[in-house]
Design a protein around this ligand. Structure first.
Ligand SMILES: Cc1ncc(COP(=O)(O)O)c(C=O)c1O
Length: 344
């Protein structure tokens, strides 16, 4: 039977499970969605206007942009397009669960390379390549650890990657990362067969709208365009995404909120004697002194929903979203109540 995607528990409480934006949605994007008065016509499926805007923003051409119903759809699109039964796709473990699932769905073999100290091990990933490797899937910053690779290390990795291999870099959380972390979009201009995935679900606060995008060389985009479903991005998503791109103030506030969250959380965790990998995203992987499943259930009992590392192949850790200040404080208070019991 096919493995399936493990969704976060959909229960009431302080929701720190799905790496959503605690500030909500850009008011400009919401207003644009509300202004839609007619949905009777199909959208222009070439999506030229928004592709042009995304291209301009990222220093590529419109022909380098492909859109998806969330970036999840583009992960599946790339795997469906490039991986045949019996072929291999190299990825880190733990990493974004959909990579493995998409490869298995198409009869491919996921070749999973353990992280080194919580970070994608680029040398080991290169060492795992075989003549059957079609794809390398790198999540950076990595979900569920929040860690990222350095810009220089990433460029050195790309230099050594054989040109026939398709490299997918999922940068769903890149906007939160420090400038010395890799920005894979730079590579799109240099290396054909490099596909960089971005999303509006996270920092733009549009998870429920479903708008993802990817950058790649023209030929790769043209190939993906032949496989992509027509009208895969809805009129509502187009309107919201375009308006969100106009709202740099919201983007800046979202980054500031995340930075403030990190400044509150990391010293507080250290004071509690707890450790999390340094994060470059809007979540962190917290090491707990008991089984992750029990820690997860105890936090649920305190009204706080996080992700259980046992279901993310990250035993001994929880994945916790950086929330609004009151949410972060509620989490820290719950941890300090639970810790004596966990350590008993
Ligand atoms: C690494 C990564 N890629 C992609 C996605 C999915 O994004 P989207 O909502 O654009 O499909 C997520 C969502 O959690 C993610 O963590």
């Amino acid at each position: 039977m096919l493995e399936s995607y493990q969704r976060a528990a959909f229960v009431d409480g302080v929701r720190l499970a799905s790496n959503e934006n605690p500030l909500g949605t850009s008011p400009k994007a919401l207003a644009a969605v509300r202004r839609i008065a007619d949905l009777s016509r199909y959208v222009d499926d070439s999506y030229v206007d928004i592709r042009e805007r995304l291209a301009e923003r990222h220093g590529v051409l419109r022909e380098n942009v492909v859109l998806g119903h969330g970036s999840n759809e583009i992960v599946k699109l790339v795997v469906q397009t490039f991986v045949r039964a019996g072929e291999e796709a190299v990825m880190a473990v733990p990493s974004f669960a959909l990579f493995r699932l998409a490869v298995l769905e198409h009869g491919g073999s996921p070749i999973e390379v353990p992280l080194r100290e919580g970070v994608s091990d680029l040398d080991a990933m290169l060492a795992a390549l075989t003549p059957r490797t079609r794809l390398v899937l790198l999540c950076d910053p990595n979900n569920p650890t929040g860690t990222a690779v350095q810009r220089a290390d990433f460029h050195a990795f790309v230099e050594r990657l054989p040109p026939e291999i398709v490299l997918v870099v999922d940068q769903a959380y890149r906007e939160y990362a420090a400038t010395d972390c890799a920005d894979a979009t730079d590579e799109v201009r240099r290396r054909p067969k490099t596909v960089v995935l971005r999303t509006m679900s996270k920092i733009y606060g549009l998870a429920a709208l479903r708008f993802g995008y990817a950058f790649a060389d023209e030929e790769t985009v043209a190939t993906l365009e032949r496989v992509r479903l027509p009208f895969n991005v809805a009129a509502t998503a187009l309107a919201g995404a375009a308006a969100a791109l106009d709202d740099d103030a919201f983007l800046r506030r979202s980054i500031a909120c995340n930075e403030a969250g990190k400044s509150l959380i990391y010293p507080a965790l250290a004071a509690l004697g707890l450790n999390a990998y340094p994060t470059q995203a809007n979540f962190y992987a917290l090491a707990v002194p008991i089984a992750a499943t029990r820690a997860y259930e105890d936090l649920l009992g305190e009204g706080i929903v996080v992700r259980n590392g046992d279901s993310l192949r990250m035993p001994g850790r929880l994945r916790i979203t950086i929330g609004a200040e009151n949410e972060n404080r509620a989490l820290l208070a719950a941890l300090s109540r639970l810790l004596p019991r966990w350590r008993a």
